[in-house]
Write a protein of this length. Sequence first.
Length: 398
Amino acid sequence: MTDEALEDFPLTEVRKDTPGVNEVIHFNNCGSALPPTPVLETVISHLQREATIGGYEAADEAQNRLQNVYSSAARLIGAKPEEIAVVENATRAWDMAVYGYKFRVGDRVLLCRAEYVSNVIALLHLKKRYQIEIVLIEDDEYGQIDSNHLEEELKKGAAMVTLTHIPTSGGLINPAKEVGTLCTAYDTFFVLDACQSIGQVPIDVNDIGCDVLSATSRKYLRGPRGVGFLYVKNSALEEIEPPFLDLHAATWTDDNEYVINAGAKRFENWETNFAGKLGLGAAIDYALDLSIERTSLRLKKLAETLRSKLANIDRVSVHDQGQNKGGITTFSFEGLEGEVVSRKLGEQKINTSTTSSGAARYDLDYRGIPTVVRASTHYYNTEEEIDTFVAAVAKLGK
């Protein structure tokens, strides 16, 4: 996309749709982005219907719109609606697939240094349960997953590769398609954590070649909290089974028998947040209307500007890795703890967040970085907000 096309971005309309920009400078989009008005109205209106006619009745009334959520999510990632399950969050989506994989003793699981902390904890749990072997793939010279090391380990045999597409601890965008190509070549089950990348960068599961993808609503999709979705490729259903079932996931066919229901909905449970589910659909539709390709270029360009300006401040170090970087900028301020930096900015109504080495041992701890401040841009942010942010950071050392 050209600079001219970026200049034509409907920023005025987008910010008008985003009431939060009138209250704060929000650079915590990798934590939870500001929802647009259509999402807010969708969630509130359904809650109002629940209050007016009853929860079950409101869900029945919204059945067509609820089914459309699956179509929207499928369109977002190039999947089929029956390959989508709507669940509580990205971690639960990831867990349902990985805990459901039919591991055997001694199976090898390959993962990257950028792997999300909850995923690592789950794999360590599964290691105790099934005696699987966890193999850490090193970074290359750019700080992203090393494809040469990955292929070396795949040649030795592996049951699964798990990859965090964009880590919570930096601006890195891992080469998911390259990993998918290798997994296909070595017939290895590929699980992609797209929690930070969904809505931030374009994703096509067919192009990437993943068997499973986990995603959230609240981050770059700008949806409500407490909802996410899971993609399971149709051909991958035979390799995983839900770790728990209920009357939504399976049918009780005889006193002592049941049949697991078809499609990815087997990974859902009966009781769910219907207002949040509709809000997720509204958020996806809003993102699709704007075009992920277009919004991604804008937020990445803003992040490049932010990194460049932060790097010119005395005592500030920018820590982002990768050949391809996204909207998350991470930095530290010499002499100030990350939590202190984030709190002082928050006192000025500038939202950021932090990640400590304890939540990223394979990454930050390995690099000797105790804590990073995360300043994550979105397409509704402005260059003026960046200038205000940079000036506020510069004053912290005075």
